[in-house]
Design a protein around this ligand. Structure first.
Ligand SMILES: *[C@@H]1O[C@H](CO)[C@@H](O)[C@H](O)[C@H]1NC(C)=O
Ligand SMILES: *[C@@H]1O[C@H](CO)[C@@H](O)[C@H](O)[C@H]1NC(C)=O
Length: 354
């Protein structure tokens, strides 16, 4: 950590050691431009290519809690029981010290563990298997000429905005998702959310209701529209309500930095002494639950390369590739070289003297 680099000042075309031959009695060693700053050795090194804390979603967890990470390291995100992850399950520390992608969100699944029904049940593939939180177990209706449907009772009225459907990938599907609202006079309003027709490319697909505006209702109902007599199977159905404001979780924290929450909506950043903030000092929480702004970094403050001197040499201590916080430059005059010693009054910090 305590690397020392030495550079020699060269005097007017003569080799530096020639000056040691001088006999005139200057004899004075000048210690000038001593940049003695309190030392703090960065765990991250001077280059700032490590990633800081990656942040964490509300109602979610992140796999590790280190203060800094090296490029290529991953962190994994999970949501608490009953919540579903939106966004990446894993983020990687990139070469430039940023994390890949965004912190994911955890949203509450209204359907989980709720009462479910279907048109008819094949063997033991009960409708609750689509709301048990395990997408390896599926509900099935028998094949037949009768209409096939599945529904879940959410318990209360919610403005349903998103429905996640998990089905065996590669299967041909055609279905319509409805939100059912019970009205006071024993009537029910079936409000179409969205329609799907085609091959299920992935295991899980998300459907947005009413072009993202949502529909209020107490039930989510899925009708199989295929004309062929097929089994209708659902491995998981997840239901999410519209939220006016999604809270932001823990923001990212840069290496050598700190973050202070100002209420729900603001995060204020600062850096340790000797480091300066690069990026936004304040990030604000958007209504979608994401911190907005450029995630700041703390860069080590640097001095410009110190000038060389004639008739002497300089010594650089605590050099870590840059003239950073705590670097000490010591200038020494070669003995016997006028005007060595005569110009002390001209000394200024950060400036070499002849
Ligand atoms: C989810 O997060 C919210 C906001 O922090 C909190 O009020 C709620 O209790 C959390 N839910 C659970 C199940 O931890
Ligand atoms: C870091 O690199 C990634 C991808 O290479 C890029 O998207 C991101 O904007 C970079 N971040 C900064 C702060 O330069």
């Amino acid at each position: 950590m305590w690397a020392v680099a030495k550079e020699r000042g060269r005097g007017r075309g003569r080799p530096w050691w020639a000056w040691w031959q001088g006999v005139v009695s200057c004899g004075l060693l000048l210690w000038a431009a001593l940049l003695l700053l309190p030392c703090c050795v960065s765990p991250a090194g001077a280059e700032g290519t490590q990633c800081g804390r990656p942040g964490r979603p509300v109602n979610g967890t992140v796999s590790t809690s280190g203060r800094f990470y090296f490029p290529g390291e991953h962190v994994a995100y999970k949501c608490l029981e009953g919540f579903v992850l939106f966004g990446p399950e894993e983020r990687t520390c990139l070469k430039n010290g940023s994390w890949s992608e965004d912190v994911p969100l955890c949203d509450f699944n209204l359907a989980r563990g709720k009462r479910a029904l279907q048109s008819a049940t094949l063997w033991s593939y009960v409708p609750e298997m689509a709301v048990d939180g395990n997408s390896d177990t599926c509900s099935f209706t028998p094949r037949g000429p009768d209409p096939r449907w599945w529904q879940v009772h959410l318990g209360h009225k919610f403005n349903v905005i998103t429905v996640g459907v998990t089905i065996s990938p590669g299967s041909v599907q055609e279905f319509t998702i409805y939100v059912i609202e019970l009205l006071t006079d024993n009537k029910a309003l079936y409000k179409p959310c969205t329609t799907f027709k085609g091959v299920f490319q992935t295991r899980k697909a998300l459907f947005h209701c009413n072009d993202g505006l949502g529909h209020p209702g107490q039930f989510v109902y899925i009708r199989d529209d295929r004309k062929d007599q097929e089994y209708f199977g659902l491995c998981e159905v997840e239901v999410f309500a519209f939220r006016e404001r999604i809270p932001c979780g823990e923001p990212e924290v840069p290496v050598e930095g700190e973050v202070e929450r100002e209420g729900e909506g603001k995060a204020r950043y600062s850096c340790r002494p000797g480091f300066r903030l690069e990026g936004d000092e304040v990030m604000t929480c958007s209504s979608k639950g994401k911190w907005q702004g450029q995630s700041p970094k703390c860069k080590e403050s640097q001095c410009p390369t110190p000038a060389q001197i004639n008739n002497g040499f300089m010594e650089v201590a605590n050099f870590r590739g840059v003239y950073g916080h705590g670097t000490v430059v010591t200038y020494t005059c070669s003995p016997g070289i006028p005007p060595c010693g005569g110009r002390l009054s001209h000394l200024q910090p950060h400036r070499p003297v002849e």
